[in-house]
Structure formats: C-alpha cells, structure tokens
Design a protein around this ligand. Structure first.
Ligand SMILES: NC(=O)c1ccc[n+]([C@@H]2O[C@H](COP(=O)([O-])OP(=O)(O)OC[C@H]3O[C@@H](n4cnc5c(N)ncnc54)[C@H](O)[C@@H]3O)[C@@H](O)[C@H]2O)c1
Length: 423
C-alpha cells in the first residue's frame, strides 16, 4: 500500500448536501482502494442541534459546533465543505481560505455573480485548492458523451439544448424556505439550477464549440406567495392552505438563447415550478454527424445517434455500465444503475485526489466564474430586453501547484485528536 495523505474534513451546513458530501467522503475509501488520501471526518458546523448530534452519532464526525468560525480555525481541518445557504457562502469561503484551508463550495459559489467573483479571488490569492459542486459532470455517461464529442464522433457542433426542470417549487404549498428568498439564496433558478445546465454545456462542448459569447433571456416568478415555515423547513416540505404566507423574492424561471464562440447556437431553460418534469437536468447536443442526449431522470441511459453507423437510423439507448468512467467502482456489469449520491461520492473522491496531489481541481472556482459570467449577461438581458455580450468576470486563473498553500496534512493516517463537544 502506498502512503496516503490524511485529509481532515470540516462541513459547514449539515442539510441535504452537507450530509451527502459527508457520506461521499466516508464512502469513498471503499469504492476507490487506489486513492492517495484518507478522509478524516473532523468537524461539522450547523446552527441546528439535532443535525450536530446526528453528525457525531450517525456519521462518525469527531465533533460538531454551532459556530462555523471554530471550524475554519481548527488545525485538524484541511478541507472545508461549504454547504450552507448560498448567501452565506462567501464569508465562509473567505474565512476558510484566510486560514489556509482548501475549500469545496456547493454551486454556484455565492448567491450573486459579484459574490462568486469575491470567493474566487479569496481562494486564488490564498493559494488554496477550490472545488465546486457541479456533480452532474461526473455522471459516467456524461463523461462518455464528452469523450465522444472530443473524439469528433458527432462532427462539428451546430446547436445545444440544456435544461433543468425541477419539481421542487411546483406545489404552491411548498414552504418559503431560503431558496425562494433573495436574502437566503440570492437569485432564483439562475443561481440554483441554470448553473448546472450551463456548466454541463461548458464541460461538454466548451472545447469543441468554445465559450458562450452572447445571450438573450428572460425570467419570471410564477408562484409569488408561499406558506411561511414554522421551523427549519426545506424546499421539499409543504405547508397548509390556511398557513400565513410570504412573498417569493427571486425567479422561478429563466430562459435564454445564446451563441458559442465557434458559431454554434444554444437554448437553455431552467424552471422550478413546472408540473410534470421532476428532475429533468438534460442536454441535447447536435453535430454535423450525429447527436447525443441525456436526462438525469434516466441517468443510466444515454441516447446516441451517429449517422451512417451500420445503416441504422434513429437513436440508440446506451446503458450505463462498468466500461464507463467510475461506474465499475460502484457496481459491476452493465445496466446495473448508480444514483445521485454516487455522483457526489465520485466528485468528493476526485476533489480529495486533487487536494492530495496539491493541484488545482476542475471544476473549481474558475469554472464557477465562467458560469456566473453567463448568468450576469442573462440577468442583464432580462432587464434590457436585448442581446448582451458575456463579459468575463473576475481574474480567473489556475494557480500553479507551487503556489498552493501547504496545510497541516500528513501522510498515512496520523490524526489530531479533537477536543470539541458533540452538539
Ligand atoms: N449540487 C447539487 O446537486 C446540489 C443540490 C442541492 C443543493 N445544492 C447546494 O448546496 C447548498 C446547500 O443546499 P441544501 O439543499 O443542502 O440546503 P439545506 O437547507 O438542506 O441545508 C442547509 C444547512 O445549512 C445550515 N445553516 C444555515 N445557516 C447556517 C450557519 N450560519 N452556520 C452553519 N450552518 C448553517 C442549516 O441549518 C442547514 O442544515 C446550496 O448552496 C445549494 O445550492 C447543490
């Protein structure tokens, strides 16, 4: 067995994604025996006492605190996962980076483009390794689609359709959680789920078709009032018809058309209040020789058509299986499916590999900046009613390995005992 780097994990915000990443880090060793790191679950920060208790009793963290400032200062923590509501991201990222911690932040890093710019700058200037939760990139069949596009299998890209239609806001009785409020989430679906669609486009066709250069778009809030939560309700929880309501202050819908630098055209839509689609994060890529489409609702299937292949016409369904990247780490054979949290586990594994190797990770905050540059342009277009150029925000650059901060990480499992309480 080769020496592995111990990486102390701290998680701020122990809700859906904080727990998903904690399971991802905890599970990764059993799926990836050739890894170069050993995760050490050190500390969770959450304002809710029952989540702190769960972090220790059910997930195996050594401690939990109500004050995230303690977590970013803890010498046993090497990597901070920021999985809190969006508008809290930046101060947490900045404090973690200032303490020399590597930072994985959930997408799209902050609630507004300006906040993403600030977070990227903080991480870059501190020389820490950033990562972003664009987990759908890691789907084995998405990786296969990228490989096909790069290999020229579908020819020159002519047009791209990306959409994320989620059910989470489709019920008007869905609680007015932080996601529906500018103060908690920043913008609505343009910050939340359009970010996944545009990131997938950058990943899949960015090399073949270039960056998104111009956009025209519009948005809307279809459900303007929602029941107020009485406790810590999430966007999946429901109120009652006679509950007091409050105003939704960010958008339910964003649609945009765009041009890519290489001449391809794109269409994107994101919506959280449609009735019918449930988690339709999908793309269709069209080229001069064929097309590929994928939909997360059927994440273990890829639709492929390559003109002239065996004289067939129409799409072929390609089932996921162990011949595609990472799939075989979870389950052998073909058409034995994997799921959402497996993508998170792959993403955590890849990020921890980057940290152990002290190399900047992709996707990192530079990729988040590429997304918010598009987001800023579509928000501007929504206001102006005109086509707008995409202006590159911030000064994204990949830090050379030599400038990356050396943290207290050690090899082969030496750990620092935590004295922190559990809740
Ligand atoms: N990549 C994905 O597929 C995906 C999916 C869902 C959410 N997300 C992102 O993950 C992040 C979290 O979303 P979620 O759905 O897990 O939210 P959530 O509401 O389930 O969890 C948020 C947690 O943060 C805690 N919190 C709030 N204020 C805090 C503070 N000051 N200090 C410490 N903890 C605090 C809350 O108590 C809660 O436990 C968001 O940025 C969201 O955009 C990404």
């Amino acid at each position: 067995m080769s020496a592995r780097t111990r990486i102390g994990i701290g998680v701020i915000g122990f809700g859906w994604m904080g727990q998903a990443h904690s399971r991802g880090c905890r599970r990764a060793p059993s799926y990836f025996p050739d890894r170069t790191y050993d995760p050490d679950l050190v500390l969770v920060a959450d304002t809710l006492a029952d989540r702190r208790r769960d972090a220790v009793e059910s997930f195996g963290f050594r401690g939990a605190t109500a004050d995230w400032h303690e977590l970013v200062a803890d010498p046993a923590v090497d990597v901070v996962f920021v999985t809190s509501p969006n508008m809290l991201h930046v101060e947490m990222v900045e404090a973690a980076a200032a303490n020399g911690k590597h930072v994985f932040c959930e997408k799209p890093v902050g609630g507004t483009p300006a906040q993403t710019v600030a977070a990227e700058q903080a991480a870059r200037l501190a020389g820490v390794i950033s990562g972003v939760g664009y987990n759908y990139r890691w789907a084995p069949l998405v990786q296969h689609a990228k490989q096909m596009i790069d290999d020229g299998a579908i020819g020159t890209i002519t047009n791209y359709y990306g959409r994320f239609f989620s059910m989470y806001g489709s019920d008007p009785l869905g609680l007015l959680s932080w996601r529906f409020l500018v103060d908690g989430a920043g913008h609505g679906v343009s910050t939340d789920i359009l970010s996944h669609s545009v990131d997938l486009a950058h990943y899949l066709v960015g090399d073949a078709a270039g960056a998104i250069t111009r956009v025209v778009g519009t948005g809307e809030t279809f459900i303007k009032q929602r029941p107020l939560p009485s406790g810590s309700g999430t966007h999946y929880d429901r109120g009652r018809p006679d509950d007091p309501t409050g105003e939704v202050t960010n958008e339910d819908y964003i649609g945009m058309m765009c041009t890519f630098a290489g001449g391809a055209r794109g269409t994107f839509e994101a919506c959280r209040s449609m009735v019918g689609p449930e988690s339709q994060n999908s793309f269709e890529v069209y080229g001069t020789k064929g097309s590929i489409s994928w939909n997360f609702e059927r994440m273990n299937e890829l639709q492929v058509y390559v003109a002239g292949e065996h004289k067939h016409t129409g799409f072929t369904t390609v089932f996921g299986g162990d011949r595609f990247p990472h799939h075989g780490s979870f389950v052998p054979g073909s058409a034995n499916g994997i799921g959402f949290e497996d993508l998170v586990c792959i993403e955590d594994h890849e990020y921890l590999e980057s940290v152990a190797a002290r190399r900047q990770h992709v996707p990192g905050f530079a990729e988040a900046l590429r997304y918010v540059s598009v987001q800023a342009a579509v928000l501007e277009s929504w206001a102006s009613g005109r086509w707008e150029d995409v202006v590159t925000l911030g000064e994204a650059s990949v830090a050379p390995t030599s400038t990356l901060t050396q943290t207290s990480m050690t090899t082969t499992g030496t750990t620092t005992a935590s004295t922190r309480g559990t809740a």
